[in-house]
Design a protein around this ligand. Sequence first.
Ligand code: NAD
Length: 299
Amino acid sequence: MDLKQSTVGFIGLGKMGWPIARNLSSSGIRLIVNDADMDVAKRFADTYSARFVSFEGLDEELDVVILTLPNGDIVNSVLFGGGESGASGLAHRLGKGSLVIDMSSSEPNGTRERGQALAELGIAFIDAPVSGGVKKAESRELAVMVGGDEQIYKDISPLLAMMGNKLFYVGSLGAGHAIKALNNYVSAAGLVAASDAVQIARNFGIEPAKAIDVLNASSGRNNSTEVKFQKFILSQAFNSGFSLDLMAKDLGIALSMAEGLHRKSPVLEACAELWNQAKHSMPEGRDHTEIFRFMSERE
Ligand code: NAD
C-alpha cells in the first residue's frame, strides 16, 4: 500500500481518536475526518491538515477507513446503517478493494460477522484495538493488537507504526478484539485489587500514599499502583481519559467470551459485576479511576 497516495477516512475523534488522527495527519497521511459530533470533526479539520466530509459524503474516494468508536454496535451502525441516526451504512458506499480498520474495543464475535458481511461487498476488514491510553496515543507509544489477514497486517504496519510502537499480529479476525478485552480484564482486576488493599490498609491506620509506596517497591505492584494511584486517584483528579462505562463494556466482552467458551471464571464474574454496579450507580462519563471512590463509598 502506498500510504502517500492513499486517502484515509477517520471516524471517531474522541479522547483516543483525536490524538491518533493528529499523528497520522502530521505524518503526511491524506485524511478525511468525521464524527457524530460535527463540531469536533470540523474543529479537527480546521486545526490540522485534514478535510471534513459529512457522513453521507464519505464514498469510494476512501482507500482505508479507520474507526475509533465507543463499541461494536456503533461500528455496526456506521458500517451498515440503522442505529440512532438512521443513516445508511458506509459499507455500501466504499469501493471494492478498500480496507476498514476497527481500532475501537469491539466485541470479537460481532467483528467476525462484520468481516463476513464486508467480504461479500469486496471490502477487507481488520481489527486493531489499542492499549496505552490518551498519553501513549499522543506520544505514538500505543500497543496495537491486530486480528485478520496477516498479509494485510504486514501491508498496513507502516500506518500502524505512526500510532504505536508495539505492534502485535495476534491471529484471525476478532483476535485483536479478544485479547484487548482480556487485557482490560487484567487491568481492571489489578485496579480493584489495589483499591481494596489500599482501603483495608487505610482502615488499619496506614496512609494510602504510604501503602502505594510499599506496593510499588514490592511484588504487589501493577500498572494501576505505578501509573494511576498517585496521579489520578490519591490526587482526586480522576481524569485518566478512559471512562468507567468503557471499562465496564470491556469486562462484559471478556465475560461473554468466557461464557461462550463454557469456561467458569469466578474472578472475572465478580470483577465484571463490580464494574457494572459502579456504572449503574454513577453518572455517565465518569473516569474509570473513580472505581476507587465507588468502592470506598460502599464500605
Ligand atoms: P470517546 O467517547 O472519547 O470517543 C468516541 C467518539 O466517537 C466521540 O467523539 C463520539 O462523538 C464518536 N461517535 C460516537 N458515535 C458515533 C457515530 N455513530 N458516528 C461517528 N462518531 C461517533 O471514547 P474514547 O475514549 O476515545 O474510546 C474510543 C474507543 O477506544 C473505545 O472503543 C474504547 O473502549 C477504546 N479505548 C479507549 C482508551 C482510552 O484511554 N480512552 C484506551 C484504549 C482503548
